[in-house]
Design a protein around this ligand. Sequence first.
Ligand SMILES: *[C@@H]1O[C@H](CO)[C@@H](O)[C@H](O)[C@H]1NC(C)=O
Ligand SMILES: *[C@@H]1O[C@H](CO)[C@@H](O)[C@H](O)[C@H]1NC(C)=O
Ligand SMILES: *[C@@H]1O[C@H](CO)[C@@H](O)[C@H](O)[C@H]1NC(C)=O
Ligand SMILES: *[C@@H]1O[C@H](CO)[C@@H](O)[C@H](O)[C@H]1NC(C)=O
Ligand SMILES: *[C@@H]1O[C@H](CO)[C@@H](O)[C@H](O)[C@H]1NC(C)=O
Ligand SMILES: *[C@@H]1O[C@H](CO)[C@@H](O)[C@H](O)[C@H]1NC(C)=O
Length: 483
Amino acid sequence: MKLSFSSPPFHFLFFFCFSIVTLSSLTVNAATCHVDDEAGLLGFKSRITADPSGMLTSWKPGTDCCTWRGIRCLADNRVTSITLFGQTNKPNSFLSGPISPSLSKLQFLDGLYLQNLRNISGPFPDFLFGLPKLLFVYIENNDLSGRIPNSIGNLTRLYSFSLAGNRFSGPIPSSVSKLTELSQLKLGPNLLSGPIPYGIQQLKNLNYLTLEQNRLSGPIPDFFGSFPELRILNLSGNRFTGKIPPSISALAPKLAYLELGHNSLKGQIPDYLGNFKALDTLDLSSNEFSGVVPRTFRNLTKIFNLDLSRNYLVDPFPEMNVKGIESLDLSYNSFHLKEIPKWVTSSPIIYSLKLAKCGIKMKLEDWKPTATYFYDYIDLSENEISGSAVGLLNRTSYLVGFGASGNSLKFNLESLGIVSRLKYLDVSRNLVFGKVPKAVSGLAKLNVSHNHLCGQLPATSFPASAFQGNDCLCGSPLPPCKV
Ligand SMILES: *[C@@H]1O[C@H](CO)[C@@H](O)[C@H](O)[C@H]1NC(C)=O
Ligand SMILES: *[C@@H]1O[C@H](CO)[C@@H](O)[C@H](O)[C@H]1NC(C)=O
Ligand SMILES: *[C@@H]1O[C@H](CO)[C@@H](O)[C@H](O)[C@H]1NC(C)=O
Ligand SMILES: *[C@@H]1O[C@H](CO)[C@@H](O)[C@H](O)[C@H]1NC(C)=O
Ligand SMILES: *[C@@H]1O[C@H](CO)[C@@H](O)[C@H](O)[C@H]1NC(C)=O
Ligand SMILES: *[C@@H]1O[C@H](CO)[C@@H](O)[C@H](O)[C@H]1NC(C)=O
């Protein structure tokens, strides 16, 4: 999922609002915060064993806790939310230790956001049951473990509940059915097992249900008539079996994300999916779906991300009617597309194209995509593509990966533009000739095996298998060149 909120106006707006919030919290909360809240927060800090980036440095006894980093107060100087975020791109941006139960002293807390702190550990925080005003819980991307208690059903007021990205195991308690105010339920990735409790159908306000990357099993319950607001459904990376339940058709008006990849689902892709007017992302990859892709897919005019790879789907693939697709993966089915589809070639915004083993027979120079600027991944492996890749790679500036193994590409490797962003290059099993250029040493992964390359290899750390099966390559990791 690529979000594009990085335009300058957004930053400006964010900064502007942020300044107002900061200023108002400074002025309104001139007095010190409630003693219970201060004690609760200091109790939390005292159990933290490592805070290398100084996230809690401002949490000092005797200072107004409403001004501490991550703390928000409303009326009466009572703490209403705790928001601590680790920055995923900074290795020392984490907290270690358990979540102290002393947070139960914060009786006015309505939001607890402990996100990307990575090393916050321990069991499910039972003190949540003692917080009468709690509405939002996001304990995400930490290291909590153990079972989710049955008493979870007591948190009936909750509006959002996320334990995403921890190591919780055991079943999803059936008492989750009592959380009828929930609009967001996020429990993946974790290590949860067993079936999806049928009682989840009581959560009629759900707009966001993500249970991806767990060990959940059994059929996907046929209860989707109960979620008129559902916009995001992610069940990818579990062990679900059976067919796509027919009631999913009830989600047609609003569903934007349907992700069922990496399960063991089978049967045909249902025709009604073509009626999903708001569908942005459809991932059915790595299942056992068979038959044709429904002709109704022509009606998916707003789809941006389509991944049907690694199933048993057959021709004909429908001519799509999209204005622009961002990422497409149809690899490893039984398609014989013959050429790269026109609706792909004409997309102005595509950044990831994966059509491995799609029965494409063409000369690569004959492919003239409208826009190559945004491409970061292209995988055309295991087709019958001839000609040269030099022209295509010259037209991309942001390419990170290019895979074209198992084709009949014939070009001089020294003419290939290897931009500094390129990290993965696999042109093994083609008819590539010339020498291996020095520039490949900057790649993270390279495979040029089984071509017609010759000459001394530059110094790299790739294994011999990346170079084997060529005409006359020599030098480490292959045997030395004869002098
Ligand atoms: C993460 O937390 C565990 C348990 O609290 C601790 O043993 C480990 O050293 C911590 N890791 C880091 C990098 O602080
Ligand atoms: C959950 O609610 C039940 C019934 O109100 C109560 O008996 C029980 O103690 C509560 N459990 C927790 C952990 O708060
Ligand atoms: C769904 O889960 C997959 C991983 O299985 C993840 O890559 C994707 O970002 C998730 N999408 C949403 C909307 O949560
Ligand atoms: C697309 O939708 C229109 C109306 O919503 C319908 O008449 C048409 O049959 C659909 N096309 C396909 C191929 O399903
Ligand atoms: C590709 O770019 C390289 C370096 O900029 C240039 O030498 C070469 O002529 C270009 N090849 C084609 C086919 O555009
Ligand atoms: C390169 O590709 C060949 C043949 O496809 C394969 O046997 C070999 O393991 C690969 N080596 C690397 C380093 O990827």
